[in-house]
Design a binder for this molecule. Structure first.
Ligand SMILES: [Zn+2]
Length: 132
């Protein structure tokens, strides 16, 4: 999920943007930011000032996850359009080809608009039958 951390130290206020796969809620983003700032403050160098979390902002598109692409091929392949890498989303298993550095073309099977963002399958909880 994408989120923005607004930080301050004794003289500045600034923001940093993150996109972290494991973070899926505002609460989790807050925990993530808090932990990161704590770690930073524990390892302060003489010229660094302790940081403080001001607040977390979640983007409007927070429910639209980007695909979490992983490269499948070891060696770059070629087709009519040029050389490409095969990608698969770790979350929803959509597949695509990446041409150059950033041009990602989803495979035919995932051409539909609904695959623009990631739609991970819901986690199914298995209920055990309780014997009476
Ligand atoms: Zn995906």
């Amino acid at each position: 999920m994408k989120f923005r951390i607004i930080l301050s130290d004794s003289s500045h206020k600034w923001h940093e943007d993150y996109n972290v796969f494991e973070v899926t809620s505002k609460v989790a983003a807050e925990k993530y930011a808090t932990r990161m700032i704590e770690n930073f403050n524990l390892g302060l160098r003489p010229n660094e000032k302790p940081r403080k979390l001001v607040r977390i902002e979640i983007g409007k598109d927070d429910c639209k996850l980007d695909h979490y692409w992983e490269k499948l091929n070891l060696v770059t392949e070629r087709d009519r359009t040029g050389s490409f890498d095969r990608l698969r989303c770790k979350r929803c298993s959509a597949t695509a080809r990446r041409y150059g550095i950033s041009s990602i073309v989803r495979d035919k099977k995932f051409k539909d608009e609904k695959y623009i963002s990631c739609n991970p399958p819901r986690i199914v909880t298995v209920r055990r039958k309780v014997k009476k």
